[in-house]
Design a protein around this ligand. Structure first.
Ligand code: ZN
Length: 428
């Protein structure tokens, strides 16, 4: 029988990482002669959920286990969570789920989708677990059972990627990561786009290392497990690697996005909207760029925040009337209307922009001056007058490129599908 094991909410902002807990569990299970079926799963949850954990990811393992060994297997999992989870941290409330099944029932698949795209409460997870016969174990408040159950129910039917994660030994955690940057560039040259997000192409910055005190040394994202492994062997590290793992994951798949219309939006979710620009981009204090988008049913503000850097230069070139598709999270701030926090934009059609030119006085070879709205023009030199309507309009070249534009890797959500993955894959 296959028992699906799900774990979530073991980390805190001071350390630990649920992917590490999953890796230790996988290693221990193998050491105790349990076989794992398929790759371990790393499931990123709704990034806009107000109760999300730091990394906002849950893991699941599919364990081959006959009836006589189930209790040993469970004890092994629970003891690892007890030992590694940041239980002293108030906001860390782990949950573990065990579910023996051959096929994931439809309502569990639906639940996983909800946890990735929407908002779910602990009670929803408990009720569903009881109904389908999944066992769950709550540590403290046990909020983690939501993500744990979602990870168990995720089947990656639409799309998935892989991430190879290498972990540091305890003595190195919290210290600078000793990675040879040149080897990362070489690795990227050899394996991109089979691997992606290794380097920020605009800044040259290495993107495989996190900036948190967690046990992760580096992570390599890839289309397939073989490319991740190939890349792993190309990265030179100057500190010991305690262990590593390859997860199958919903990262970089846009699994959080739901095609929607402006009138149907609600906060804490992420959406894809089609419409046209109804108010030109404006820069607000802090360097954020905001424009308004309209569709048949409503209007919404869309924001490219300061950390999106050069993406804002793209956004600033939009003009009223341009047709676009926007991708991003829906935010509600007190006293303000809903705002879409841009992750990507697809420019579908550019409107023609005309610049008004006053008539030229043929005698003086100089443009006449406007006398005010609908009052015509007058040459400042010879005084000759020109009636209203004698102006001409010249088309202004548009600098914005048709197609998809995305925020830089440093500002990108784990779940957001990078453009590097959009060429060879079906569109969202
Ligand atoms: Zn003149």
């Amino acid at each position: 029988m296959i028992v699906r094991v799900g774990v979530d909410d073991t980390d805190s902002k001071h350390g630990m990482c649920t992917t590490y807990v999953g890796t230790v569990i996988a290693d221990k299970l193998r050491a105790h002669a349990f076989d794992l079926n398929g790759y371990p799963k790393l499931v990123r949850l709704n990034p806009n959920w107000h109760l999300k954990t730091r990394g906002n990811c849950a893991i699941s393992l599919h364990v081959e286990c006959d009836g006589s060994r189930i209790s040993d297997m469970k004890e092994l999992v629970l003891e690892t969570v007890r030992e590694l989870a940041e239980l002293q941290c108030e906001t860390t409330n782990p949950g573990v789920v065990f579910y023996g099944c051959d096929r994931v029932p439809r309502e569990l698949k639906k639940f996983s989708k909800m946890v990735i795209q929407s908002v779910v409460e602990i009670e929803d997870a408990e009720r569903l677990a009881q109904r389908i016969g999944a066992e769950y174990c709550k540590f403290k408040l046990g909020r983690g059972i939501v993500g744990a159950l979602a990870a168990v129910g995720e089947t990656f039917e639409e799309d998935s990627t892989y991430e190879l994660l290498a972990y540091r030994t305890p003595g190195f955690r919290g210290k600078k990561r000793m990675i040879d940057a040149n080897s990362v560039h070489e690795m990227d040259e050899k394996t991109f786009p089979r691997t992606f997000d290794n380097i920020d192409r605009n800044t040259g910055e290495i993107r495989i290392t996190p900036h948190t005190p967690c046990p992760v040394l580096f992570g390599i994202r890839s289309q397939d497990p073989g490319s991740a492994l190939e890349a792993f062997h190309l990265v030179r590290v100057n500190e010991p690697v305690e262990r590593w793992i390859i997860y199958q994951t919903n990262q970089a798949t846009d699994a959080h996005l739901v095609k929607s219309t402006i009138s149907n939006l609600s906060p804490f979710r992420s959406a894809i909207l089609s419409g046209s620009i109804s108010q030109r981009p404006r820069i607000i204090p802090g360097g954020h760029v905001i424009f308004n988008l309209r569709d048949e049913g409503g209007e919404i503000s869309c924001a490219a925040y300061e950390p999106t850097r050069r993406f804002r230069d793209v956004i600033r070139k939009l003009e009223v009337g341009d047709s676009v598709r926007v991708f991003g999270g829906i935010r509600k701030r007190q006293g303000l209307p809903l705002t879409l926090n841009l992750e990507k934009i697809e420019v579908a059609n550019l409107t023609k922009i005309y610049v008004k030119k006053n008539p030229i006085c043929a005698v003086c070879n100089k443009r006449a001056k406007s006398e005010g709205k609908s009052k015509g023009y007058q040459c400042e030199i010879c005084g000759r007058r020109f009636p209203p309507g004698s102006e001409t309009y010249v088309e202004k070249p548009r600098e914005l490129e048709i197609g998809l534009h995305e925020v830089p890797p440093r500002a990108r959500r784990h779940l957001a599908r990078p453009l590097a993955r959009m060429i060879s894959h079906k569109r969202a």
